[in-house]
Design a protein around this ligand. Structure first.
Ligand code: AVJ
Ligand code: FE
Length: 452
């Protein structure tokens, strides 16, 4: 990139750093008192003030020390904000910075980042700064923690802290009566190779690289995520009582915890209600089911005679353009376009079935990006030729059979923190995240079941 492009990129970066910070403060110091920021609402989550200072500490490590060569500002606090040294459950007992100190620490870091940005060279020969990578990594990191903070807000008891913006008008058309959305439309994806992952997306993470061809047999994939109405049909058919549908470890999870419904659901007077950011409302039939774990998604799929898609199947349906014979960055094309996906916390909920039709992929598969993270059947592994960068603890230490891959982002994910190649992962029992799923199945050919 020449100097003019580099200046334009730096201007964009400065703007995005500002927007991510506005978002972080809007989830913490601007809406909650100090006692709420330091409280731990669940052993699964950090106190919100830990996330806030961790965002700043990560920024100091990568943008001030690594990129700008600055001296540590407060080396004694590094260990407190190292996610690997202290699991979430331990964090409230650490001497972490109180809210006012956390806020002034992150503001000081940010001021220095903006001071040094003009003099940091984006060197095409240095993978850390080439294309502004490390700045993109820090912007994405802040937005990821903002989504984590939203999960903390969802778990909070007490009065609502967040404004509940009205659902986007696009959503209205998608609200269907119970039962109507139970038969999911499917799309046939023909057999053949596609390009999985990326080697040229400047802000892509190590686990999205490198691009490689994957040849898949033909399969069907649901045109939309599984709706609450469809999931309710599974519940009403006794799905939670029938071990036939469940992975043995999932049955263990379901019985040990007495689980009978997605997280945050309750039954009152013959009606299913859900708690959403401190407000209770009837479960909307046309929205994707949310707050289900991998075991619940897997059980529903088996009950309905399907299975979860592999992450390769998910990505081919989302990115492959069979006419151009190339993968797109987003389902609809290479450029992010506002209004084609429910991303970025514009509402505090996923959209209804039929919304965002303009975000469909080349195959006509809808709402792959945004709305709910979608569980896949795949364990989290590195692609062939994977190289950890810039640190092993971003992805590599999580590779193995313990984590399942989620794709596509949720309504709470910022547009910069997701794309068709983006990979998220979590334990199969987790459901405080904004997780849902869609199903897939093999194509019967010459009397044989393929794909599964
Ligand atoms: C990619 C969402 C699994 O939040 O645990 C945050 C991202 N890495 N800080 C997480 C991450 C370092 C990570 N996920
Ligand atoms: Fe982090």
């Amino acid at each position: 990139i020449d100097e003019r492009d580099e200046d334009a990129l730096k201007e964009l970066i400065a703007g995005e750093l500002g927007r991510s910070r506005d978002r972080s403060l809007g989830l913490t110091t601007e809406v909650l008192a100090a006692a709420d920021l330091t409280a731990q609402v669940s052993p699964l989550m950090s106190p919100l003030v830990w996330d806030l200072a961790h965002i700043g500490n990560y920024e100091e490590l990568w943008l001030l020390r690594a990129a700008a060569g600055a001296e540590p500002m407060r080396p004694e606090i590094d260990t407190l904000y190292d996610a690997f040294e202290h699991p979430r459950a331990e964090r409230p007992s650490l001497p972490i910075l109180p809210p006012d100190e956390a806020r002034s620490y992150i503001a000081t870091v940010r001021a220095k980042v903006l001071d040094t940005l003009p003099s940091v060279r984006f060197d095409t020969a240095d993978p850390l700064t080439s294309g502004g990578f490390v700045y993109g990594m820090v912007v994405q990191h802040e937005h990821m923690h903002d989504e984590t903070m939203l999960a903390t807000h969802q778990l909070r008891k007490g009065a609502p802290a967040l404004l509940d913006p009205p659902a986007a008008p696009l959503q209205a058309s998608g609200l269907r009566a119970p039962g109507e959305a139970t038969a999911a439309d499917e799309v046939l994806i023909e057999a053949g190779p596609f390009q999985m992952g990326t080697s040229d997306d400047p802000w892509a993470y190590d686990n999205e690289r490198p691009v490689h061809l994957v040849d898949l047999p033909a399969y069907y994939i649901d045109a939309e995520p599984v709706s609450n109405a469809a999931y309710l049909a599974f519940m009403e058919a006794g799905g939670y009582d029938d071990p036939r549908w469940w992975d043995p470890a999932g049955w263990e999870w379901r019985t040990a915890g007495g689980k009978r419904a997605p997280a945050f659901w309750s039954r009152e007077g013959g009606q299913w209600l859900r708690r959403r950011f401190g407000r209770t409302e009837p479960v909307p039939p046309g929205e994707p089911v949310q707050h289900v774990c991998w075991y619940e998604a897997d059980a529903y799929a088996r009950w309905v005679g399907k299975r979860l898609p592999t992450e390769a199947e998910w990505e081919k349906a989302a990115r492959w353009d069979p006419d151009a014979e190339r993968s797109r960055r987003y389902p609809w094309g290479d450029a992010y376009e506002e209004g084609r996906a429910n991303l970025g916390q514009r509402t505090l909920r996923p959209s209804g079935t039929g919304s965002y039709a303009s975000g469909a992929s080349a195959y006509g598969v809808r709402r792959l990006i945004g709305d709910v993270w979608e569980w896949t059947s795949s364990d989290f592994h590195g692609y062939p030729g994977f190289r950890p960068f810039p640190y092993r603890e971003y992805s590599e230490v999580f590779f193995g059979p313990d984590y399942k891959v989620l794709r596509g982002g949720s309504w709470a994910t910022h547009p910069l923190a997701v794309r068709g190649s983006f990979r998220n992962w979590d334990y199969p029992i987790r459901r405080q995240i904004f997780s849902g799923f869609r199903c897939a199945r093999g194509v019967r050919s010459a009397g044989e079941e393929g794909g599964a």
